[in-house]
Design a protein around this ligand. Structure first.
Ligand code: UD1
Ligand code: CA
Length: 508
């Protein structure tokens, strides 16, 4: 067995990406869960490099900050002026004076590159002991790319940029993907010899191949099986094209593991998301960030999940969730908005037009309709009436509401936090709950009803309402009710009868 090879990865990310027409450096544009740079670093990750150097220039501060977040082990190296890819690699190697073994160079704008392809390139290079190996691909449209020029026996002679190429060379459809493996000693030596004698007056990394070849050093071409992997990104139209290709690749991979995707063209799954077997993803759905969809869960249509976990067998229908946890067999939506730290237990329900935030909703508990639940803990098997608001904000601070287990709160309640409703307690419809409710109590906190008899007949005489009322009174009591007309408005409080339904009125 040979010694393990020491490896340095160099990512070229100093260019401006002029044609993106963006305040954001090109390599920071997002593509299904990672930036372009993030994709390239992920493709290089299995190489287990001893050192990763990222050459930064345009938007250096932004790129450095991003690197600190996604790859703190990588070393950013500044290329103040973009004098060419050869110049960029020279600067990177200056920052790694002790590098030995293999240097892998990757253009920062080839996000569809697969880790297997980079690994295969490097293995082939190290196995053959060549001085330099370039990843190449046959493409339908080679416009703007460097061409692989081979001799009569098929060996690599040089790489020629399109603008410096002869018409015959331009006709070649085998291109340089911008991904290479080099022996560091011979690379350093050749970089010291490249000129700027080309159409752009830049130091071309690609010239290293011609120089090494002329010096009798072995150089090689490794052909990518799938040319799509080598596609670069120069403008936003190309970026959208890459996004579609990556979408299809991701969706196909999930479908092959046993996930149903009903409409792959409108399903966008970040490379960082996970979907378990027998999950069903319906149309117009985005699974973003660290989202996990459990086995047999149904998500969509028209749903966006960001950093959200959906338990096995749960359902999320036409909803938006960020940083939420949906328990197994729980149901969400249609039209729910789960904000960060919403935690739904097993078989919990958050229904239609419900917003939750920092809310733990216990096993089997339900918030079925038109409610806001913020800064709250709800126990198990409780039911929250329709149109309930957890009043969590006093204008300065947020406060917590606790609802116990097996509680039944009435429709149209306000829980003015901090407040606690005990286990098994009830609250009456329309209540504004400002004080704790002991376990098992029924809380009623609303104005008494007054019926002002005959008001419509007096004040709205002649209207359809008055006529309807008149007919009803005659029908109900053969005209006797009319005798009550003209009675003064009840000044006091009407007696309240027995509760007419769960969560309705009661006094004790
Ligand atoms: C380069 C190759 C070309 C290949 C193509 C593949 C050269 C001379 N040409 O061309 O053969 O077909 O990639 O996409 O290398 N960069 C720096 N500093 C610089 C210049 C560039 O960091 O001074 C970075 C860019 O940010 C980019 C990468 O290097 O990520 C490639 O540069 P770019 O200008 O896009 O090279 P191409 O003209 O596309
Ligand atoms: Ca390019």
């Amino acid at each position: 067995m040979s010694q393990p090879h020491l490896r340095t990865v160099v990512v070229l990310a100093a260019g401006e990406g002029k044609r993106m027409k963006s305040a954001l450096p090109k390599v920071l544009h997002p593509l299904l869960g990672r930036t372009l740079l993030g994709h390239v670093l992920a493709a290089a990750a299995p190489l287990a490099a001893d050192r990763t150097v990222v050459v930064v220039g345009h938007g250096a501060d932004q790129v450095r900050a991003h690197l600190a977040e996604i790859a703190p082990e990588a070393t950013p190296v500044l290329q103040a002026q973009q004098l060419g890819t050869g110049h960029a690699v020279r600067i990177a190697l200056d920052a790694a004076p002790d590098a030995t073994g293999t240097v892998v160079v990757i253009n920062g704008d080839v996000p569809l590159l697969r880790p297997e392809t980079v690994t295969a390139l490097v293995k082939a290079h190290e196995g053959a002991g060549t001085a330099a190996t370039v990843l190449a691909a046959e493409v339908p449209d080679p416009a703007g790319l460097g061409r692989i020029v081979r001799d009569a026996t098929g060996r690599l002679e040089q790489i020629v940029e399109e603008r410096d190429a002869t018409p015959e060379q331009r006709a070649l459809r085998e291109i340089n993907a911008g991904i290479y493996a080099f022996d560091v000693v011979r690379l350093r030596d050749a970089l010291g010899k490249i000129s700027t004698d080309n159409d752009q007056g830049e130091e071309y990394l690609t010239d290293v191949f011609g120089l090494l070849n002329d010096a009798g050093e072995p150089v090689a071409v490794h052909v990518a099986a799938d040319h799509v992997e080598t596609l670069g990104c120069n403008d936003r139209v190309e970026l959208a094209g890459l996004r579609r290709l990556l979408r299809d690749r991701v969706n196909e991979a999930w479908m092959r593991t046993g996930v149903s995707i009903l409409d792959p063209q409108t399903t966008w799954i970040d490379v960082t998301a996970t979907v378990e077997r027998d999950a069903m993803i319906d149309q117009n759905t985005q699974l973003q960030g660290a989202t996990v969809v459990g086995a047999g869960a149904v998500v969509g249509p028209d749903t966006t999940l960001i950093d959200t976990t959906v338990g096995a067998g749960a359902t999320v229908l036409r909803s938006h969730a960020v940083g939420a946890e949906v328990g197994p067999q729980a149901t969400v939506g249609p039209y729910a908005y789960l904000r960060p730290e919403s935690r739904l237990g097993r078989k919990a329900k958050v229904g239609t037009f419900v917003e939750t935030k920092k809310a733990t909703i216990g096993e089997g508990s339900k918030v079925p309709h038109l409610s806001y639940v913020g800064d709250a803990t709800i126990g198990e098997h409780s039911n929250i009436g329709a149109a309930t608001v957890f009043v969590n904000y006093d204008g300065v601070q947020k406060h917590h509401t606790t609802i116990g287990s097996h509680a039944r709160t009435g429709a149209d309640n306000m829980f003015v936090a901090p407040v606690e409703v005990g286990d098994g307690a009830y609250t009456a419809a329309g209540s504004v709950i400002i004080a704790d409710v002991p376990p098992g109590a029924m809380a009623v906190a609303r104005g008494q009803q007054r019926n002002v008899e005959g008001w419509v007949l007096r004040k709205r005489a002649g209207t359809p309402a008055a006529e309807a009322a008149q007919r009803a009174r005659e029908g109900a009591s053969g005209g006797a009710a009319a005798a009550r007309e003209g009675e003064p408005i009840h000044g006091g409080v009407e007696t309240v009868g027995e509760p007419s339904g769960a969560g309705d009125t009661a006094t004790e």
